[in-house]
Design a protein around this ligand. Sequence first.
Ligand code: NAD
Length: 416
Amino acid sequence: MATHGSIFEDMLQEFDGAARILNLEPGIWKILTHPKRQIIVSCPVQMDNGEIEVFTGYRVQYNITLGPAKGGIRYHPGVSLDEVTALAAWMTWKCAVAHIPFGGGKGGVICDPTKMSRRELEALTRRYIAEIIDAIGPEKDVPAPDVNTNEQVMAWVMDTYSMHVGHTTTSVVTGKPLELGGSLGRREATGRGVMIVARESARHAGFDINGATVGIQGFGNVGSVSADLLRAAGARVVAVTDWKGGVYNASGLDIPKLIEHVSRNRTVEGFMDGEPFTNDQLFKLDVDVLIPAALENQITSENAAGVRAKIVVEAANGPTTPEAHRLLHERGVFVVPDILANSAGVTTSYFEWVQDRYGYFWTEKEVNERLEAKICQAFDAVLRTSLKYKVDMRTAAYIVAIERVATVTRMRGMYA
Ligand code: NAD
């Protein structure tokens, strides 16, 4: 979401708008705008060529009032303390909106995993986790995958922690392989949540998702699952774009076939049952629902005026700049903010943690039913708040989140 210097400043802008409407008292305001813990570690790793590299890693626990910190670990050359802190803050608000008993955290290591071998990545992961070991744990801080980290990395996190404490502790991390205590339904969860909020938004806007038209940017995990579940709900997904190109078919793309095409070609480009299409065309397309499910800063002040969709569902994190969001809101476009729209991912991570702690695992149907209930409750709470305060859905989501964290902060009182 970086539109200028600091991403954390962007987060604060969104926070301040909602806190003002809530008349939040100055003391709580100060507490909620400061990270609780920021840990910086140096991780020496012997590389395959025999040389030693030292990687800088961060773990930020932004707020743990509602429960253990929850948030992914990112491996990227551009990781910074400012970015990790902002992402940890957003996790705090996302968990609060989702109404799950977690605070917000995030981790990151400055590295380029595309240039590292599997052995080097494993060594880095184990050393990073060893460096932050006292700060994490099932009741303290529960990491998960993020950019460039996956199930395998989570398996190493789980193993490293378990070796240190001397017994297997599956609930220290989520996003694990099923065999290691992962949850059924986790892979599809975020896309499923996107489908649910799109369906509920359409109902609120006075039309049925069955028969509605949809355009999607990004056809990775979130975009492709959203497309498939929306198709199953009767929607017509007419356009999809990705990093390389796009496809359009006015009568609706054949999503299962498109998924097959992408698994072979790594892009939707070249799909035979549609015409070539671009991101620019997608954002101007006359569809009922537009779903940015790729990157941040895609709907900007430059293209927002051209958006003709009735509903924008922010499946990606931060796909709409603040200025673009204002323009969309003024024109009556219903924007479902990221902290609500993609919160099904962390909600199912919470389900994974619960199952690990119980040692008792749910069927996929049970996971999906519980997810449906949680997302509908979160959507209703934000919609009711938006109607009550006459504000857009993003501000409403922040109001819901801030109210929840502030209420518990007041009840717990000040420890000093
Ligand atoms: P992914 O890597 O599986 O897919 C990303 C997709 O975006 C790919 O189809 C890629 O081709 C496309 N893309 C990349 N650059 C593009 C460009 N310039 N123009 C158009 N498309 C482009 O990632 P994902 O897991 O599907 O995540 C997508 C977004 O959703 C990210 O913002 C992520 O942070 C967010 N998110 C994901 C989850 C989750 O559970 N996976 C949870 C919450 C939020």
